[in-house]
Write a protein that binds this ligand. Sequence first.
Ligand code: CA
Length: 233
Amino acid sequence: MRPSPAPGRPHVLVVEDEPAQREILSYNLSAEGFRVSTAADGEEGQMLISEDPPDVIVLDWMLPSISGIELCRQLKARSQTREIPIIMLSARSEEVDKVRGLETGADDYVVKPYAVSELLARVRAQLRRVRPAASGQVLEYEDIRLDAESYRVTRDGKSLKLGPTEFRLLATLMEKPGRVWSREALLDRVWGRDIYVDTRTVDVHVGRLRKVLMSEGGPDPLRTVRGAGYALG
Ligand code: CA
């Protein structure tokens, strides 16, 4: 099977204490092609987030132990988790709750009972923002252009031939120009968590990517950060 051109499948975490709800969401999100993790309460959610940060969190408001609101506040207060979009689920539709929900820093809000299709649309909307390449959008960085849907990369208008791994690597870097990615973070995102690959493999593929990017001229857009990893620009 050819690996998906988009960098690592988007990862959605569902924190919901009602087993039936959790099951329905997990099933539908997986059917959309997402990698799904689930937690039955706020504490388990916290643990999963620190172990394997998701791209989007679907967070139930009413949870045992740490409530969804409290967890949302905590996540939005920490620099490592602040950028992860949170979609809050609530059984209460009162306006005041909505306002409070937004004050916690939640990025979106869905009132129960909701249509699954509606929630999926909200998840996709958040992903377009944080994972543009995984959503099939065109990414541009200086003279480099990557079209995740047609699987094409050009530099200064000239077509470049990239292998699937180099393509996913470039898409990952182009989603967040300037961000320094450790080798481990690139392994997780580009190769996936379930595959054992030596971190030196990352260096080999970055080297190949660099070569192709410079094959038609132009300066090296990739930056090696000693002891830290790689960045675009
Ligand atoms: Ca609940």
